[in-house]
Ligand binder design. Sequence first.
Ligand code: AMP
Length: 424
Amino acid sequence: MTTIQIIRGFKDILPGETELWQHIEKIARDIFENFGFQEIRLPVLERSELFARSIGADTDIVEKEMYTFPDRKGDLLTMRPEATASVVRAYIQHKLYAKDPVQKIYSIGPMFRRERPQKGRYRQFYQINAEVFGIASPLIDAQLIFMLTTIFSKLNVTDIATHINSLGCPECRPGFKKALSTLLSSVSDKLCSDCTRRHKRNPLRVLDCKVPSCREAMSGAPAILDFLCPECKEHFNTVKKRLETLNIPYIVDKNLVRGLDYYTRTTFEIQTGSLGAQSAVAGGGRYDGLLKALGGPDHPAIGFAIGLDRLAEIKSAESDNFLQNPEVFIAALGDHGRTAALEWACHLGLEGIKTELNLNDRSLKSQMKRANRLGAAHVLIVGEDELTKSTVIMRNMNTKNQFSIPVHGLVENIKKILKKGIIH
Ligand code: AMP
C-alpha cells in the first residue's frame, strides 16, 4: 500500500526540532512582555476581501500566492498569507483602541503562500509578528527595530544586517512613482516578464526584483529618499538618529520597498548571510493608512514579522541541544515493579523532575540501553527482588556508581539526591 505523503511545500516540525522552536518562541515572548506587548490569537482563515483590500490586489501575494476557495455557501475564504491584515481587522472589529489608544500586540502562528518551494521558502511557514497601534512618533519605529534586533542578539544570531528605507507618504510618493515610471519606460525592453507587468500596476516592486537583468536596468533608478516631503524626511532622520543612540548599526537601502501596498514611511528588513538565497529573516514597517482604508479609525501603525522557519534554520546549524534529558529513568521489572514505577513516576513528574519509565515487559539490559539512549542522568532499578527488600537501586549513569535507597519516602529521597547533586 502506498503511504500518504505531506503536501509539497509543507513540512512537519518533528520532536527533536520543536525544542528549538520553543526556545525561540520563549525568548521572543519574554522580550515582548518586557516591552509591554500582549498576545493576540487569530484564525488562520479570513474573508479573501480582507487581503485584497489590505495587501493590495496588484501584489504577488494576492495575484498568485493565496490559498483561496469558496466555502459551501459560496463565500470566498483565504488561508491567511500574513498576520497584519488579521490583527488590524480584530483591532477595528473589537474596537481595541477604545480601551487604550495605544495597543502593542504580538502573535505567533502559521501563514500560507503558494510560492515555489525551496530551502527557506515554504507554503506553510510560521511568523512571529508584532504590531503597535496609535503612535505616530518615529521614536516607536526605533524602539521596534531595537526590540527586533534584541530578539536576534538574545538568540546569539549575530550575522545580521538591518536595512532601512522610507517609502514616503501619499503626499510625496506619487512624485517618486512618476520618476520611476519614466525610467521604467526607458528600460522596458530589459525587464523580466514579471516586472513588465509590475511597471504598470505596482512599479515600486520592480526595485525589489532579484533578476540580474532587472537589477542592472534599475541601477540608475531614482531614490525615493530624494523625493520625501519635509515631514517624511524629518521622520526618517529621527529614526536614524535614534538607532544610532541605541547602538543599532543600519544600512540605508534605497531599493527596500517590500512587497505589500500598505507600507508608508519607515520600512526595514533584517538580512542574514547564513541562509543563502532567502536572506530576509524579518521585515516590517509603518502602515499609517491601513486602518482607515479598512474602515477603522485614522490611527497610525507599525509592525514587523520574523520568519520563524528561517530563524530556526540559522539556529539549527549550531550545536546547541535544547532537548532536556530525563533526570530519572525507572527501569521496572515484573508487574509489581511496573505498578510501583508508575506511581513514583507520576509523583516525580509532579515534583518537576523529568522522569521516563519503562512500561513494556523488557529485560533489564534492554531497559538500560534505552536509558542510555535517552541520556538519563540516573536509573532507578525496580525489580521484584528489590521490592521484597523494600529498597530500590539508584544508578548514576555518569559515574556508573549505584546504591540502594529505601522505598519508604522514595520520592523525597530522590528529590534530595538530585537537589544536592550528590554523586555517589
Ligand atoms: P513578509 O510578510 O513577506 O514581509 O515576510 C516576513 C518574513 O517572513 C520574511 O522575512 C521571511 O523570513 C518570512 N517568510 C516570508 N515568506 C516565507 C516563506 N514562503 N517561507 C518561509 N518564510 C517566509
